[in-house]
Design a protein around this ligand. Sequence first.
Ligand SMILES: CC(C)(COP(=O)(O)OP(=O)(O)OC[C@H]1O[C@@H](n2cnc3c(N)ncnc32)[C@H](O)[C@@H]1OP(=O)(O)O)[C@@H](O)C(=O)NCCC(=O)NCCS
Length: 389
Amino acid sequence: MSGPNRPVVYGLNDIILCHTQISHVDGHLGRYRYRDHDAIELAGACALEEVWCLLLDGRLPTAARREDFLREIEALRAIPPAVTELLPGLARLGSEADGIAWLQSAVCLLARALDWAPVLDLDHTVLRRQVLQATVSAPILLAALHRLRNGLRPVAPDPALGHAANALYMMTGEPPSEEHARALEQYLIIAAEHGMAASTFAARVILSTGADLGSALSGALGALSGPLHGGAPILALEMLDEIGAPDRVEPWLRERLSRDERIMGFGHRVYRTVDPRATTLREVAARLGCERLDLTRRVEKHAAVILDEVKPGRSLRANVELYAALVMEAVGLPRSMFSATFAMARLVGWGAHLLEQHAGNRLIRPVTAFAGGPVRPVPSLSQRGRPHG
Ligand SMILES: CC(C)(COP(=O)(O)OP(=O)(O)OC[C@H]1O[C@@H](n2cnc3c(N)ncnc32)[C@H](O)[C@@H]1OP(=O)(O)O)[C@@H](O)C(=O)NCCC(=O)NCCS
């Protein structure tokens, strides 16, 4: 079949792009894995840096490898002065809620300052190092931008702290409690990777052209910023603000759906059951004693029933963003940084995909089915004023 009669899969639903060994999301069983391990089990048992090692290098590190990897990370924490000099100007641009856009600009600056070359002929180990450097640098850049915007001096990372604890420390200026650091660490593990998300696809498409890592990550960050993807956590929290009290849950949801508006923090392209990330983050939120946990549970319960009524057969359930917002709020992250924190978590997942794409690259270039009219002779300028006939 060719032309407009060829079947088009809008949204590329269920289209298989490539083989991967990085991760798999089972939308029916409500499970997902990183390499050979269940992702939720990893979040319960491992440190974030061990999960990075698994995603980038294929297996969990031994004790000795873990030490080497931590040393490698430490060496990548220095931000080039050419970038730090430009951060005060960047921090003044846009609104503070543009955290992902800041990160996007900062990653591009990093790529230019470090002269990251197009990947077409780049050595794989050089690309891996760049991926790790982008991942390690993200919270340093974000925290500096947030603090500069608020008239505060940036805080340097503390070599004694892990990535998650440092992210909180650099943002707030206070060493975090172990409880908060571990909660954020578990969120960063849970959100590190999730199959062929729109942002991951965007990154792979860009890298497949042979472009540099900065371009691929910038494209991914742009894709993630949308409200249907990584922009949802703040909207989920705003929904809780608007609902306010338990007795307003049901009328609020019904009213919103009667206007055919979406309920943020619900639904997923792949999951047909509760997103396992939501279940785990609900537990983390309970452990942190989140104030609005009961209200959120009530929203979760009622939304499932009402969405089944209004959108029968879709099985729209809570997704990661509903409880991610509660956890990020509880550990003391500013709301304006929620989506950017999600982006910061996902850098390593994008990086793993980009390394895989690089190892077996083929230009990604789909086709479209032309749905316009037949080819006509090109009219002269004077003929163009007349109606087509
Ligand atoms: C994530 C999301 C984009 C996935 O969507 P999808 O599987 O591609 O489904 P579609 O956008 O094609 O929507 C299918 C139907 O379900 C409805 N729907 C999907 N999610 C919905 C939601 N959260 N609230 C209300 N209706 C929803 C759509 O309106 C559509 O209805 P229709 O068929 O009557 O037009 C979607 O569920 C959504 O917008 N969720 C809210 C945003 C969010 O939480 N994003 C974070 C994802 S982790």
